[in-house]
Design a protein. Structure first.
Length: 82
């Protein structure tokens, strides 16, 4: 598995963990186990729990922005959701 795929697996595991549990209850060890990666690798890619959480939030913000853009594009000409 290449590094980009491994990183995405870790992010997916982290998204599930943070969606299911408060920040304080999520550990890098459980994210690593879910992603079938080492805790050291998670730390290498994301520089710790705070960095991993920041990436999860960035992904969510990017996804929301994309969905908003698509919804706005689907509106009839001359109207706006804003």
């Amino acid at each position: 598995m290449d590094p980009a795929e491994r990183r995405e697996l870790i992010l997916s595991a982290a998204r599930r963990a943070f969606a299911s549990h408060p920040y304080e209850e999520v550990s890098l060890a459980e994210v690593a186990q879910e992603a079938q990666a080492s805790e050291a690798l998670v730390h290498k890619y994301f520089a710790g729990k705070a960095g991993l959480y920041a990436q999860v939030l960035r992904h969510a913000a990017d996804e929301l922005a994309e969905r908003t853009r698509r919804a706005d594009d689907a509106l009839p000409e001359g109207s706006s959701a804003r």
